[in-house]
Design a protein around this ligand. Structure first.
Ligand code: ADP
Length: 570
C-alpha cells in the first residue's frame, strides 16, 4: 500500500519534471542555435561588405594579397570572383585550379542583384562552409566561414545545457521524493484510521490540521466516525435499558436463532429452568418441553405469533407461552406463569361445585315437603297454598340453577374426559330433532332438519346432544313467535359447522359479543320467567371448546338468530 501510493506519486512527478525539462532543453537549444546562426550571418555580411568596399577601392594591393589579408583578419576564407564566374583570387586555394563559380548559389544570387548566402560542402577544400557573397563593383566577393567552428560552439552549448538539465532533474527528483513521501504518509494515516474503524474502534480520529483536500477528506471521515460513535452509544444505552427492563420482569423472555440456539434470555428464565442459561446452547437442552418447543417451531414456520399453554413446564407450574417471530428469522418467546391463576380458578370451580352439591339435598328436601304439603289433606287455606306454590317454583328454579352450575363447573374444568367417537352428522341432527320435537310441538313451533352431506364428526355424542338441547330450548323459549326452527350443518375447511336457526325477535348487536358469558341475559325478567338460568350458552361454549371447536352467533333484530358451533371432522 505504502509503496504503491508513493511510487505512483513519484513516477507522476518525475514524468512531469522530465517532460518539462526536455521541452525546455529543446526550446532553449533551438533558440540558441538559430540566434547563433543569424549572428554569424550578420557578421559575415558586414565583413563581406567592408571587404567588397576595400576590393573596389584598393588599387595598391593585388587581389590575392587582399584575400589573404581578409582571411587573417576575419578568420574566414575570402574569394574574389569575376562576373563571369571565374575565380580571381582565393585565400585558401590557387584560383587557376578552381572551376567557374557562376553556378554557386550565393554567386548566382549576387548576379541577380541580391546578397547571396549558402551552406554546403566546398568542392575546392572539402569542408562544410557557410558562404556569403556581395557585389564589389565589377566583381563579387565571397566570405566562407567553416561550419566546424559553429558546430563546436553548439556542442559546447549542448553539453552545458545537458549538465544544467541533469542537475535540475536531480534536484527535482529529490523534491519529488519528499513530496510523494509526505502525500503518501498522510494517505497512510487515513487508511490506518479506516482499518481501526473497521475493527470496531469508533473512538479513532485522524485530526488533520491543514486545509487542503486530503485534510477535508480526513475531517469528513472524522465527523462520520464521531456520528457513528454517538449512534452506537445511543443503541448501547437503549439496549442496556431494555435489558434491565426485561430482567426486572417476572415473566421469562428468551430469544432463539432460526436454528433454535439461545441468543438471549432474561434472569426470570434462569429461575424457571433452575439452571444457568448458556448463550448459544440449543434451546432443547434448557427447556425440554414438547408444547414449548412446538410453539417455537410453529412460530418459526408460520412467521406468525403462536400461543400455547405448557403444563408442568417447571415442576408442577403451568405457563402460557407466546412465540413472536423476529424480523431476522429468529423467534422471541415469553413465558408467563399461570399456575396461580389456574389454582384460583380451580378453587372457584371447586367451591361452586361443592356449594351446588351441598345445596342439592336441602333443595330436594324443601321441594319434597312442599309437594307433600300441597298434595296432603291438611287444611291449608288459599293464600297458604299460594305461598307453598311460590316456594315450590323457587325451589325448582334453584334446583335447575345448581344443576347447571354443576354441569358448567364440570365442563369448564375440562377434567371430565370426553368420549370422542366418529358420529355421522345426519344422525346427530335427527337425534337432536326427535328429542326436542315434543317440546317444540307443545309450544306450537315447527322444528325441521336441513338436508346435509355424508360427513362425520369426532365428538362426544352425549355432549353434542346437550349443546343442541340448550340451543333448541333457547330457540323455543325466546323465538316462539317465529314458529319455525331449522337445524343443520355445513362443511368448512376446519370442520363441520352445525347451526340452530330461529325466526324470532333476534338479539340486538350490542349483546352479541357477551351472549356466551355466564349469567349474561338480554332480558333478565323474561329469562327468569321462562325458567332460564343464564348458564345455557356458557355450557354450550365450554363443551364446544373442549372439542377443540368454536361458537358464534349471527342475529338480526326482527328476523331471528342463528347459533353456530364448529366440531372437528372425523
Ligand atoms: P338463559 O338460561 O337465560 O336462557 P342462556 O345462556 O341460554 O341463558 O341465554 C342467554 C341469553 O341469551 C338469554 O337470557 C336470552 O336473552 C338470550 N337468547 C338466547 N337464545 C336466544 C334466541 N334464540 N333468541 C333470542 N334471545 C336468545
Amino acid at each position: 500500500m505504502r509503496n504503491r501510493i508513493f511510487l505512483k506519486a513519484l513516477v507522476a512527478l518525475i514524468a512531469v519534471i522530465a517532460t518539462s525539462m526536455l521541452a525546455l532543453d529543446i526550446t532553449i537549444r533551438q533558440t540558441w542555435e538559430s540566434s547563433l546562426q543569424s549572428d554569424i550571418e550578420r557578421l559575415l555580411v558586414q565583413n563581406a561588405q567592408s571587404f567588397a568596399l576595400r576590393v573596389e577601392n584598393d588599387h595598391q594591393h593585388s587581389l590575392q594579397q587582399m584575400a589573404l589579408e581578409e582571411e587573417r583578419i576575419t578568420q574566414t576564407r575570402a574569394t574574389i570572383i569575376a562576373h563571369d564566374g571565374s575565380v580571381l583570387a582565393d585565400s585558401e586555394a590557387d584560383p587557376r585550379t578552381m572551376e567557374n563559380h557562376a553556378s554557386r548559389p550565393e554567386v548566382a544570387a549576387v548576379l541577380r542583384g541580391k546578397v547571396g548566402s549558402s551552406t554546403r560542402l566546398s568542392h575546392t577544400v572539402g569542408v562544410e562552409f557557410f558562404y556569403v557573397a556581395v557585389a564589389s563593383g565589377d566583381k563579387i566577393v565571397r566570405l566562407a566561414y567553416p561550419l566546424a567552428n559553429v558546430k563546436s560552439d553548439l556542442a559546447r552549448i549542448r553539453t552545458a545545457l545537458l549538465h544544467g538539465t541533469a542537475w535540475a532533474l536531480l534536484l527535482a527528483l529529490v523534491l519529488a521524493i519528499v513530496i510523494a513521501e509526505i502525500i503518501s504518509r498522510r494517505l497512510r494515516r487515513i487508511v490506518q484510521f479506516a482499518e481501526q474503524i473497521a475493527q470496531g474502534n469508533l473512538s479513532a480520529r485522524i485530526a488533520e490540521t491543514s486545509g487542503d483536500e486530503i485534510a477535508q477528506v480526513a475531517s469528513a471521515l472524522d465527523r462520520t466516525a464521531r456520528r457513528l460513535e454517538e449512534n452506537f452509544n445511543d443503541i448501547q444505552e437503549s439496549r442496556s435499558e431494555l435489558e434491565a427492563l426485561l430482567n426486572s420482569m417476572t415473566d421469562g423472555v428468551i430469544a432463539v436463532s432460526p436454528d433454535l440456539k439461545v441468543r438471549w434470555a432474561n434472569h426470570a428464565i434462569g429461575s424457571i429452568i433452575h439452571q444457568h442459561v448458556r448463550i448459544g446452547a440449543p434451546v432443547v437442552e434448557l427447556l425440554r418441553h414438547p408444547d414449548f418447543l412446538a410453539t417455537l417451531t410453529n412460530a418459526l414456520k408460520s412467521k406468525q405469533r403462536e400461543t400455547a399453554i405448557a403444563t408442568s413446564l417447571s415442576g408442577r407450574r403451568s405457563f402460557s407461552v407466546t412465540a413472536e417471530p423476529l424480523p431476522d428469522g429468529g423467534v422471541v418467546s415469553v413465558l408467563h406463569d399461570i399456575s396461580e391463576v389456574e389454582r384460583v380458578e380451580k378453587t372457584r370451580r371447586d367451591f361452586i361445585a361443592n356449594v351446588s352439591h351441598e345445596l342439592r339435598t336441602p333443595l330436594t328436601s324443601i321441594r319434597g315437603y312442599t309437594e307433600t304439603l300441597l298434595e296432603s289433606d291438611m287444611a291449608i287455606n288459599e293464600s297458604g297454598r299460594e305461598f307453598l306454590q311460590v316456594i315450590r317454583r323457587n325451589a325448582e328454579r334453584m334446583g335447575r340453577l345448581t344443576e347447571d352450575l354443576l354441569v358448567l363447573a364440570r365442563v369448564e374444568s375440562g377434567e371430565e374426559k370426553l368420549d370422542l367417537r366418529s358420529h355421522p352428522v345426519r344422525q346427530l341432527l335427527t337425534e337432536a330433532a326427535s328429542s326436542m320435537q315434543e317440546n317444540a310441538r307443545s309450544s306450537g313451533v315447527e322444528l325441521t332438519v336441513e338436508h346435509v352431506g355424508d360427513w362425520s364428526v369426532l365428538a362426544d355424542g352425549y355432549a353434542v346432544q346437550q349443546v343442541f338441547g340448550n340451543l333448541i330450548s333457547n330457540a323455543i323459549r325466546y323465538a316462539e313467535s317465529g314458529k319455525k326452527i331449522i337445524i343443520g350443518a355445513h362443511e368448512r375447511p376446519d370442520g363441520i359447522e352445525f347451526f340452530v336457526r330461529d325466526f324470532g325477535p333476534g338479539i340486538a348487536s350490542e349483546h352479541l359479543p357477551r351472549i356466551f358469558e355466564r349469567f349474561y341475559r338480554v332480558d333478565k325478567a323474561r329469562s327468569r320467567e321462562s325458567g332460564g338460568t343464564g348458564l345455557g350458552l356458557a355450557i354450550v361454549k365450554h363443551i364446544v371448546l373442549n372439542h377443540g371447536g368454536a361458537v358464534r352467533v349471527e342475529s338480526v333484530v326482527g328476523h331471528g338468530s342463528t347459533f353456530f358451533f364448529l366440531l372437528p371432522k372425523a
